[in-house]
Every structure is written in C-alpha cells, then in structure tokens.
Design a binder for this molecule. Structure first.
Ligand code: ZN
Length: 62
C-alpha cells in the first residue's frame, strides 16, 4: 500500500503530506491501481489560492 500526494507547487500554505494527519486544505483521497496491480492511495491537495479558477498572473486587458 502506497500513498502518493499531489501537492500544488508553491502554494500559499504548507501542505502536510506526511500522512500523519489530514491536511488543512481538505485533500481528496482516491484509490489508484499501480502498474504492478497493487492498490494505493492518491491524495490530491487543493491549492488555496484558487489557481485552478483563474489564469496565472492574469491581467484584464481593459
Ligand atoms: Zn494540502
């Protein structure tokens, strides 16, 4: 059983990927199947700066 953390790089907060306790961002954990057939967990962390919702360094061209 392995756990892979997907953490946004350079996020505003420090993500806890040690697995000891849940991260403050409320990551989504989902089972994944490895190439060798074993099962593991993928912990997808969420960036708190909302970069998925905005364009990086977006400037309105107005
Ligand atoms: Zn996190």
């Amino acid at each position: 059983m392995s756990t892979v953390h997907v953490v946004p790089v350079g996020d505003l907060i420090a993500h806890d990927s040690s697995g000891g306790q849940p991260c403050v961002c409320g990551p989504t954990t989902k089972p994944v199947k490895a190439e060798d057939g074993s099962m593991g967990w993928m912990v997808v962390h969420h960036s708190l700066d909302g970069r998925e919702l905005r364009e990086p360094r977006g400037r309105s061209a107005r």
